[in-house]
Each structure stands twice: as C-alpha cells, then as structure tokens.
Design a protein around this ligand. Sequence first.
Ligand code: PXP
Length: 238
Amino acid sequence: MRLGINVDHVATLRQARDNTTYPDPAVAALLAEYSGCDSIVVHLREDRRHIKERDVIFIKEAIKVPLNLEMSASKGVVDFACKVVPYQATLVPEKRQELTTEGGLDLIKNKKKITGVIKRLKKVGVRVSLFIDPLKKQIKMAKELGINIIEINTGAFSSAKTKVIENKELKKINEAAKFAKSQGFFVAAGHGLDYENLSEITKIKEIEELNIGHSIICRSVFIGINQAIDEMFSLLKK
Ligand code: PXP
C-alpha cells in the first residue's frame, strides 16, 4: 500500500495570517519524504486559499518522490499544470464555497471538458488520475476516457454518522475497487481518512494507494509530522 501525504493544511495554517511565510508546505513535503511517504499531494484550488503556485513549484523542485497535483479542470489551473508538469495530476471537482472537496468528479456530465483537459495534460507528459465516487458507471467512463488510474472518493464513508451508513459506503468502495481492478485500473483512495477509520479501507486489497492529509497534519501539531506519519505507516502495516 502506497501512502501519499497531502500537505495543503500546512499552507492553511500559514494563510491564517497574511504576513507570515511559515509554516512552509515545502518543508512539510521534505519531512514527509524523509518519513518514507511515496508521494506528495497538493491541491491548487481556484481561489488559492492554501497552496499557491510558488508552493507547487518549490515542492516539485525539492522532492524526489512524485508530486501529485490535485486540480480542477478550469483553464487557468490546467495552463499552470501544463507549465509545471507535475508527475501526476488528479482531476477533482471544485466548488468555491466548499470547505473541502465534496464528492467525486462526474465524468459523465463533464465528459467533453474532461476529455480536453486529459488530452492537454497527457500531451505534456503528465499522468492523469480521476477522483470519482465509488460507482461502476464512473469507472466505465474513466475507461472510455482512456484513463488507467482512479482515486476512489472515501468522503461519504469517512463522514458517515452511523455504522449502517458507514457499512453501506464501505461496501460501495469495496465493490468499486474490485471492479476497477478487474478493468485494469491502478486504484487509489482518499478523503477524510484518519487513524480510526483507516483499518476498514486497508482490508480492501485492490486499493494500492491512499492519499491522506488533514488527519496527519492535525496530529503533527502535537507530535510532529515524522511521528504522525510513522503512526500512519504502522497502521498500514498492521
Ligand atoms: N484525495 C483527494 C482527491 C482530495 O481532494 C483530498 C483533499 O484535498 C484528499 C485526498 C485528502 O483528504 P484529507 O485531507 O481529508 O485526508
């Protein structure tokens, strides 16, 4: 199981004051790399509320592990990604008012736009992953779009308020991961995963990568990022 660490919320803390340059997400990325993570994830949001362009550029230059840039399909961000050429781009939906990504990308509704964005990114050598809800129809569309990497949205599972809903969402993730794997996809998953809810997800063998940010960065405030990542790795190994 590969672990990608999302360092967005180091930048969130920095942006809590408009006159500081610390904490720097690039430092967090280097420490996460030192702790053995397999990739660094950042989301350059359209409103630039946490990660800025210069963070993406700095991080890409600083790290040796792959950089996975989460991004919407909006023109400005796609232009930037085509200039910076991260190892991978993960296309996500984006609404300005949302606190965090809400739901997966609807590939069926946005087929035309996404087709063009995939073409542009692939042309400059960026691997493309699609962040989608655990639904067969979305996986089928990802295949039709010529994609072989997906990230399954675990948000509904992570935020489930009852055990019944949690189990229902887990079943969807499990079935989607198995279907995607049978179709030849590399299957990642993420959103809202933490030290408590992780174990159910790690039982799904078809999921080969987890992308985790908020819970690790929050834990880092108290125990440091290296220990917070070590603890996550211990859970993955269990
Ligand atoms: N994967 C995707 C596609 C995301 O949008 C996010 C949030 O930026 C994550 C993973 C990480 O989610 P969290 O910060 O809740 O761990």
